[in-house]
Design a protein around this ligand. Structure first.
Ligand SMILES: CC(C)(COP(=O)(O)OP(=O)(O)OC[C@H]1O[C@@H](n2cnc3c(N)ncnc32)[C@H](O)[C@@H]1OP(=O)(O)O)[C@@H](O)C(=O)NCCC(=O)NCCS
Length: 156
């Protein structure tokens, strides 16, 4: 994608562009804070598979959030990861990243997008519901720590 400067729904001006390899350290900082799982190789592999699906949001030249969208073997989009630096949460960055991904998937004629979210992650669930995702299933013990995942899906 061509980099785009946009104002979020909360009036924060951000620049959205594709990930570049030199961003990996900063991505892992945000990832580590958000998920505490971080294996950079997983992200690099996903980037190599579909570079367009790895999207970052910058504020004044610093990355403040990212999202990785992948294509499933069934031909659907899947939000593999989305995270925003805690200092910039609640300012519409997550919503802007998701909207960008929806447009990207539509451009590729993909009809559905899905994701998994922790049962306890009420904030993310709220965001997804408000963007048209609906609950379609539940997987017990989905995460390494034993927590279950809610499966959500959206028609694009
Ligand atoms: C989930 C996450 C990516 C959302 O990003 P964000 O930039 O803070 O989200 P936005 O500002 O775009 O918020 C959009 C919606 O999310 C919900 N939301 C955001 N912050 C919230 C909060 N503190 N409390 C309740 N709801 C909240 C609201 O519904 C909000 O809608 P609004 O714009 O009408 O207020 C971010 O909180 C994050 O990085 N969390 C840690 C990682 C994570 O959980 N990722 C998702 C894994 S599935």
């Amino acid at each position: 994608m061509k980099p785009v400067v946009m104002s979020t729904t909360k009036g924060l001006v951000i620049r959205i562009r594709n990930f570049e390899m030199r961003d990996i350290e900063r991505i892992m900082e945000i990832e580590g804070e958000a998920f505490r799982e971080g294996d950079p190789n997983v992200y690099i592999e996903l980037y190599n598979e579909w570079p367009e699906g790895f999207i970052v949001a910058e504020k004044d030249g610093t990355i403040i959030g990212f999202e990785v969208v992948i294509l499933t073997p069934e031909g659907e989009g899947r939000v593999f990861a989305i995270a925003v630096d805690h200092r910039f949460r609640g300012k519409g960055v997550g919503r802007a990243l998701l909207k960008t991904a929806f447009n990207l998937l539509r451009k590729h004629k993909i009809g559905f997008v899905r994701l998994e979210v922790r049962v306890s992650n009420w904030v993310a669930q709220q965001l997804y519901r408000s963007m048209g995702f609906v609950e379609v299933g539940f997987v017990p013990f989905y995460y390494k720590d034993g927590e279950g995942a809610i499966l959500m899906r959206k028609v694009l």
